[in-house]
Design a protein. Sequence first.
Length: 890
Amino acid sequence: MKAAFAARPDSQTQARLQALQQQVAADSQQTGLEATFLAQKSIYDGFMLDARVTVVFYVMICLFVYAVSRLRVANPKFALVQIFGIIIADLFLLFGPVLPSFSALLPRVLVEPGAIGVGLGVVCNVIFFAQSASSAILAKMEQLVEMGEKPLQCTRSRFSGSPADLGELEASKAKTIAVFKAMEPALAFLPLDVSWGRWSPEDVGSLHEPLQRAMIANMSLLDFHISHVRSDKQLEQIPMSSGEGNGVDLAERPPRVGGHQLQESADLMHALRSPEEVLMRAQTREALRASTTELLHLASESLSMVAQSIHTVNSGAWFCRTPFEDISKLITRGEILRTSIDSARAACKTETTTRLLESHAEIFDADGQLKSRDQLGPHSLRGLVLGMVVEERILGAAGAIEELLNRVTHLLRHRSKVRLWLPSRVRYAFSWLVNGHQTTPTPHLAANGGRDPDVVAEQTKEAHRRLRISRGHGRPVRRSLLTRAIVAVYHWLTDAGGMYALRMVIVTIATAIPGSLPSTAGFYYREKGIWGLITAQTTLLVYMADFTVSLVGRTVGTVVGGVMGMLAWYVGSGHGPGNAYGLAAITAVMTLILMWWRLFLPPAFTMAAIMSGATFMLVIGFSYDDTHLSQYGLPGHGYEAFYKRLVTVLLGFVAAFIVQIFPRPPSATRHTCKTLSNTVRTLSDHYALLLSHWGRTHPGTRADRSSPVGVVAEKISLDVAETLLSAQQSIALLKFEMTLGPFDSQTLSDAVRLCQDMNQALGRLLLLSDSLPGPLQDRLSHSVGILDDHHIGDIMGVLGIVEQAFRLGLPLPERLPTPLIKRCYESWHDQHRAAQLSTELVRDENYRRYCVGLSAYLKFLAAIDELVLVLKGALGESHVVRRWDGDEQV
């Protein structure tokens, strides 16, 4: 502000002040009004405006707006910093050039009420129903543990033959993920938490990792049921035979998108719904039901005990005290359950294998060897393999639940006193704040010491080096230093953050410039043009879908809040100047309505609730000021105040909309497609890493030391999963976006689901490449051709086409090496391979993991096949091959 005023010489400033005094004196004599009021009116009407001062103000404020806008995109934690920083800067931008001198207290009109509001909020949070971050996290953890019962319940019902509702299963999965994602941000505040209770913030954080493992294991079990229910529905939609419809002339029949691939899959799908297949699935379900009943029951009991323990500890904070007898009962119950579930897991392994062999005894001869292929059906082993896969997932879920139970029991036993816990990791919390990529910390606070961190760091570095090698490198383009600098600056200016910041600067200038012109400054001040400026700035967002939601929510909130403010004014004051007691009474009633809206409506209505509350208070406050104060620039009272507020806000919306859509709307659909394209490329890199590592011996790898890829396999899979989850959240808003592209929200949602399936399958295979014995890895390679160059080329080629289809939106070729599953089976069949299997091998514990690997690889291929069909349904097909019966005359 001082730099701006320095642009105008002091002599000219003094001359303008003298002219102002003379004009005010003359106007006072003519009108009889107070000189102070007239001086204020002349100043805000732009009497002291100077182009040089205005330009400096605009340049400096716009640089600040650009910087904080880029900061918000780079690190979303600074969203509120950007909003409040820009609002404060708007005061300097609008009122700084019209004032005669520097005023450091200009933003006091907003800072002081804001500070008072923050103080009142802090006091209310401490005094009324105080809830620490630890308490909030424990409440979410209890909810997650209770949701973990759904996969176990679904497993029991599926084993009993009851049908499952696909929509209900998907809704349960989505709700669980939503609760888990809602819990994670609160974990970042544990280092600053002040709590009173049995468990410290570190203890609460130590539950995150076992809870995450239990949730992933339960979701894996739920995903198995979802995929099978979905497969059953897809089987019902496929023609019974590949020859259906052949009576219609191909030239007369309209081509069906993806018809060639569906025709290729028809015979295979027909075999999967044969009576023999139905009988095998019924036998497998009965065997699994009989052998896993006790384990599933104990797993449910363990989840119930964990949820009850968390609830007991969380409800015993502050004023309530939990009797020590209740804690002792929970500890005893936990010890009994831990022993029972451990023995049940061991018994389940043996009993399930025995029952599966008994239910599939017809496929083995008297010596326990698999019968010849001529004596078996086309899918005789499918029931046995699926049974082993389900068993592995149930055992994995039970093991993860047991680990969570052990951790909770350990905390109950060693944390016997209620005490005050103070912050202990302030420096770490600061590093979380400034790190834009570290959204949620994952503290490793387990009771055991864990692995050697130096070994883990060494292996992680080696694994990432191998992953970089798998990604390959393109041909480097030689450019001069100047060219590289220009290209880098161009990309930096035109990326998503740069375009958002540029739009913010443009809308700031466009909506603020009338307040800096001598001819319009007075009108801008009287009509509260600052409302339009702030509205336009805060409505702009990075992507069009978010902008549409923001625009609709703010519009609804402004109208509802204005109407409520108008009603409150006329009810509390009638036609008079406004009675303080009447306004206080009606404001209390309206505040209850506004608070209910803010607290209990879905999160999508948050912005509407905030805008309604702000508009309500502005209408009430300015109406009271207008009838009790003699101040220049008040917007009136009652309907007049509401009308001006509504008009300025709508004008701000119009300005924001124009800036948002030109020169090109920042489409969230394009952003999601680019994310999916990059995800497919990343999955191709993971697939290449798997091929580079599968079946290889690892020199220097001891029995007690896992290989480098095994160390980071879970991490890189979780990274992709988090990316896809964020994309899924963006897809939920695409229905509010106007787009001319070929992709819709349903197509992208299906694509995200299939990419998740591919990622899960590759993650399991990467883990098995580290843990599965070498002979079984070789056996799996020979069985399904994991390392076959022709299969690798087909898969890589299809993934490359899918990646470009997401990026460019072009139709896919009709003839592709799909379905990959059928080609895999045909390749195995053409080489006259016979499955070598015995009852002794089935009883081997590692063979169960071998079946998991087989299922994961086939799931990977099936996901690619379905993804190709999804893209063809959205983009269409190109290079269509048509077989004509004879020559045609053209």
